[in-house]
Design a protein around this ligand. Structure first.
Ligand code: MG
Length: 294
């Protein structure tokens, strides 16, 4: 497959963990006329770090091809003033609480391990990806760790809208010393997310951490969570709105796509009457089917 991409040589060098080695191998691959030699060179390409390099290259090519065929929709959401009758309806049902997960829902972060110097969580990112924030986090007094934080596309617009409609609360399984800094940067002094829950507020229910939504709001009729991890809301499937895991995709529109639904959901009396209809076919999360409105 690589031999079919001679025009990608510049990208090969840029994306490769060792640009010179990769360029030499690809050059040999392109020159080689013997199929056995090609097979040998391909086996070299897929060995060690070059395996990662090939995966990055393929992801890079897939993004480029995807961008070619993706229409430029310039997607956004229009803020419309509600009528007095709808305002009355909102007052009757009460303002609801929207709980937002942080990592892989609103942002993706990666960091350099101070001991091994490995980039943890960065291996799926293009090398030229530019973080929105770089944080220095000191955990338990050891050497500061540098985090690179990538915002999910449209997160600023998303937070602007939902904070008008809901009481927005951050609930993350991450450590407070890291997450508080990220939320402060996302909030940018606007006061959109005054309440925050961190690792210490999670249930340690092996094998993963779960979240106790009743800590945030004991009224489950007016509480929902958006989280990329189904395990996090395993005890509250009727209050969950799943979202795809975000790592890195400049074309991601998942947050914008949720806005019309969230705009409508705030008018319901009980969010479970809608969210509880979702049937989850998974052993990780208890299946629920609700046939009645609440
Ligand atoms: Mg998450």
């Amino acid at each position: 497959m690589v031999s079919q991409l001679p025009a990608q040589s510049a990208h090969l060098v840029k994306l490769a963990p060792s640009g010179q080695v990769a360029a030499a191998v690809v050059s040999n691959l392109q020159r080689s006329r013997s199929s056995s030699a090609r097979r040998r060179l391909i086996s070299i390409l897929f060995a060690g770090d070059l395996g990662n390099y090939i995966r990055r290259l393929l992801a890079h090519v897939a993004r480029k091809i995807g961008a070619l065929f993706r229409p430029d929709l310039a997607l956004t959401y229009k803020d419309v003033a509600i009528s007095p009758a709808m305002a009355q309806k909102l007052a009757e049902v009460g303002r609801k609480t929207l709980i937002l997960d942080l990592d892989e829902t609103l942002v993706h972060s990666c960091y350099s391990d101070p001991d091994t110097h490995d980039n943890v969580g960065c291996n799926l990112l293009p090398e030229d990806a530019q973080p929105d924030y770089v944080l220095s986090v000191t955990i338990e007094g050891v050497e500061p760790i540098s985090f690179r934080v990538f915002k999910r596309p449209h997160v600023d617009e998303f937070l602007e809208f939902v904070s008008k409609w809901y009481d927005v609360v951050i609930y993350t399984a991450s450590l407070e010393v890291y997450a508080a800094q990220v939320v402060d940067l996302l909030d940018a002094g606007r006061g959109m997310m005054p309440r925050r829950f961190y690792r210490q507020h999670c249930r340690n229910s092996a094998p993963l951490i779960a979240k106790d939504l009743t800590l945030v709001n004991p009224d489950m009729s007016g509480t929902l969570i958006i989280d990329n991890s189904p395990y996090a809301y395993r005890d509250f499937p009727e209050n969950a709105l799943p979202i795809k895991t975000f790592i890195y995709d400049p074309g991601d529109t998942e947050l914008l796509k949720l806005l019309p639904f969230l705009d409508a959901l705030r008018f319901t009396k009980d969010v479970r009457s809608i969210l509880g209809r979702r049937v989850v076919r998974s052993t990780m999360v208890r299946s629920t089917v609700s046939s009645t409105y609440r």
